[in-house]
Design a protein around this ligand. Sequence first.
Ligand code: SUD
Ligand code: ADP
Length: 267
Amino acid sequence: MLAFANAKINIGLNVTEKLPDGYHNIQTVFYPIELHDVVELTDATTTTCVVSGIDNLGNPEENICYKAFRLLQREYNFPEQQITLLKQIPVGAGLGGGSSDAAQLIKIINKKFNLGLTVPEMEQYASALGADCAFFIENKPVYAVGRGDQFQPVGLDLSAYNIVLVKPDIHVSTAEAYAGMQPLPHEEHLPALVQQPVETWKDQVKNDFERMVFEKYPAIADVKQKLYAAGALYAAMSGSGSSVYGIFNGPVALPELEQHNKVYYNL
Ligand SMILES: C[C@@](CO)(OP(=O)(O)O)[C@H](O)COP(=O)(O)OP(=O)(O)OC[C@H]1O[C@@H](n2ccc(N)nc2=O)[C@H](O)[C@@H]1O
Ligand SMILES: Nc1ncnc2c1ncn2[C@@H]1O[C@H](COP(=O)(O)OP(=O)(O)O)[C@@H](O)[C@H]1O
């Protein structure tokens, strides 16, 4: 059984509070984009996680898919399987690729072994694996609060636009990014702001990680500035970085950015 696991971008991201366990409350809009990994589950005598594509993911048993498999197997006792993962979503990029893989795997396991899990039940298992993993179970644009695992639907459709994603050759660790943040309370403005036309977002819809990450990696700030120079209606870093997206009204070519970064068009 096989599934496509898509990436997400964050539209606005406020880090509002540090919690006693070290996690943070946030406010963000998660928006799915058309950049995919492929996750497959096949019958096997021992459970392994075979990764191709981006192949420096380290120990297969540390893969979030392997962890998702064991988490559910402990509860539902289904047979061993091979997990095959074609990795195309950049890692350490703020695109939630690992979380998306794990969410798809939970959904495949639910189907293949007829576990009858409901969406909230699958979201609960997903949350145990990663804060933004639960979003990928339903995978619809949402306003997320709490640790990024409590959702309200948000009517946002960017399909008429050209979303361009730029991934610099820089890996930003999510844990390190949060560790360097100074949380600040914010009003709950984001759901209303994203209902306004995209061209009004520029000075309103902000990612709190940008200041710190841009200071450490000026090359990432430079990508954002170049996206605006190329005519983006809105540009921002996704999550804790390092990728930056631009929302354009029509076709665009970015040969200069392609020299030092991976650039994905029409997502
Ligand atoms: C920043 C965001 C924004 O969408 O995305 P990415 O940039 O990773 O894609 C998310 O909050 C990332 O969520 P996720 O990547 O699932 O985080 P986890 O694996 O659960 O946690 C990694 C580490 O980040 C920190 N963390 C994560 C989420 C959160 N709300 N508060 C935190 O402080 C914790 O230190 C944790 O040890
Ligand atoms: N299936 C997977 N896909 C991507 N990364 C994974 C996966 N499983 C485990 N990881 C680990 O998760 C880390 C990426 O997490 P993170 O920095 O949160 O990424 P992102 O910011 O892109 O969401 C990497 O260090 C990687 O080794």
